[in-house]
Design a protein around this ligand. Structure first.
Ligand SMILES: Cc1cc2nc3c(=O)[nH]c(=O)nc-3n(C[C@H](O)[C@H](O)[C@H](O)COP(=O)(O)OP(=O)(O)OC[C@H]3O[C@@H](n4cnc5c(N)ncnc54)[C@H](O)[C@@H]3O)c2cc1C
Length: 463
């Protein structure tokens, strides 16, 4: 194995040249269903269906990278330190939770992987600035599939990232009397159906809520994650692996691999360098349509039809009686207060005030607005006072909460799920550029669903 080092800004931090064997198989992954105990073929919520011949195409890609790696390994002695024009099995564009987790997963299975991230560090965007809820299904009473998958993934998330999971002293879900899409009875029956435990609140807990506005309150088992701990944990795994990371640089465009190869992709970066890989995974979340694809029929239309929301979550210090508590009022124009362990504060989000604005990247609406530019240019006038004032109608103690700061970030969801509240994954293979995949998950735990599809497409199994 030959190992080289580059600098850590706009350069590959470490790379290793390895040779390996990849076993390709076309067997669909199966695993026990944690909720029912039944065995079932994995069909992750909302995964885009694939034609049968796609599997064999990705297997071809893996075979191609094997051959090209063999050539590259033979030539490795001639590589200069810092030479960025290299071949990889898989390049991940985007070093958020998705890019890093999936890259580590493939790396553990012997693939030579590179992560390209435009920020100067990993997990600095949506994977940091989010509500930190480890979803357990309670939040999606209008979408059985999303709620059910959340329960399945919850166990694995807690098992893998237990040290980054924070369990508040009490987690309360309250159902509003008016304007809620669901009533208390429906909510209780739904939770039973998905196997999500509910308990009656204590008298003191019930008394936190306005009886005029709240129909019922439930004690639930819902946790928060500490995104800093998650990042540190993944970073430690990166440090002990030979996986390569290139920070502070944008992937700009992608095109079918040259050098006479039918398969594979070439990724061009903002500094003019290129990388060649068998497969490129676009894991850029709100940047999903930024990566230009050369040779695409239309360069102007978005590949993925999404809705972007410019969001604000207020960071607050709740009064003493609400410490170590999370509160979610369901299911409509209400609010959530969750611990935000990375700052030792609490987030307050409000369905009406958290989105400051939104836009769609839709076929025919051009040009798509770059979400990062839009966020940078935004004035960021806080709406925390409105969030607090409305939330305090339901939970009067919130009147004495203190607004400390706010997190602004772009939230991106598939446009087709706006009305049904579903949070499926997107796993898309580009129609024209073979070896270019786009993944998008709406919450952190969905990464396990994406991983299953990815491994299955590559013919690599879960351990
Ligand atoms: C306000 C809000 C609240 C949320 N609440 C929750 C919650 O409570 N629980 C939950 O599980 N999920 C929540 N989510 C969703 C969750 O944050 C996302 O599903 C998750 O972070 C997506 O991870 P990612 O790695 O795909 O995205 P990101 O963390 O955004 O990573 C994508 C990375 O790609 C990089 N990038 C983009 N374009 C390029 C390029 N061309 N070249 C190089 N790098 C590029 C970006 O810099 C970024 O680091 C919330 C999201 C938001 C915004």
């Amino acid at each position: 194995m030959a190992r080289c080092r580059g600098s850590d800004h706009g350069k590959t931090q470490a790379y290793a040249l390895t040779s390996r064997d990849i076993l390709a198989s076309d067997v669909a992954a199966t695993r026990p269903d944690h909720v029912t105990g039944a065995k079932h073929t994995v069909a992750p919520a909302g995964a885009v269906a694939h034609a049968g011949d796609r599997n064999s195409r990705v297997i071809e890609l893996v075979e191609w990278t094997k051959r090209s790696n063999a050539r590259m390994d033979a030539a490795s002695e001639t590589f200069q330190e810092g030479d960025m024009s290299q071949r990889w099995d898989v390049i991940f564009v985007g070093g958020g939770f998705y890019g890093v987790y999936l890259a580590l997963s493939l790396h553990k299975r012997g693939l030579k992987v590179l992560i390209i991230e435009r920020e100067l560090g990993l997990m600095r965007r949506a994977s940091y600035a989010n509500q930190a809820r480890v979803h357990g299904g309670y939040h999606y009473p209008r979408n059985f599939q999303t709620a059910f998958r959340s329960r399945v993934n919850l166990e694995r998330f807690v098992a893998e990232f237990g040290d980054a999971v924070v369990k508040p002293r009490r987690a309360l879900y309250a159902i509003a009397r008016r304007d809620s899409f669901v009533g208390a009875k429906y909510f209780a029956a739904f939770c039973e159906r998905i196997g999500a435990p509910l308990e009656a609140p204590s008298r003191e807990e019930r008394a936190l809520f306005s009886t005029d506005l709240i129909e019922d309150v439930f004690r639930v088992k819902e946790y928060a994650f500490d995104s800093n701990s998650l990042r540190l944990r993944l970073q430690r795994q990166l440090e002990t692996s030979a996986l390569s990371v290139q920070l502070g640089i944008d992937a700009v465009s992608i095109r079918p691999g040259s050098c006479g190869h039918e398969l594979g992709v070439e990724v061009s970066l903002s500094d003019g360098t290129q990388h060649v890989a068998g497969l490129c995974v676009n894991a850029t979340y709100s940047g999903v349509n930024r990566l230009r694809v050369e040779g695409e029929v239309s360069l102007d239309e978005p590949r993925v039809v999404v809705k972007h929301e410019l969001t604000e979550m207020a960071l607050i210090e709740p009064p003493v009686q609400l410490r170590e508590t999370s509160i979610t009022v369901m299911d409509g124009p209400f609010f959530s207060m969750m611990p935000f362990p990375s700052r030792q504060l609490y987030t307050l989000s409000h369905v009406r005030y958290t989105p400051h604005g939104h836009w769609h990247e839709t076929l025919g609406r051009l040009p798509p607005q770059d979400p990062y530019t839009a966020l940078n240019a935004y004035g960021r006038n806080t709406r925390a006072p409105y969030m607090l004032a409305d939330s305090a109608r339901y939970v009067p103690a919130l009147r004495s909460a203190k607004h400390i700061d706010s997190l602004f970030e772009v939230k991106t969801v598939l446009a087709r799920n706006e009305s049904d509240d579903g949070r499926p994954i997107l796993f898309q293979e580009h129609a024209q550029v073979r070896g270019f995949l786009t993944v998008l998950g709406s919450k952190l735990d969905n990464v396990f669903d994406v991983e299953e599809v990815l491994l299955s497409r590559l013919g690599l199994g879960l351990e």
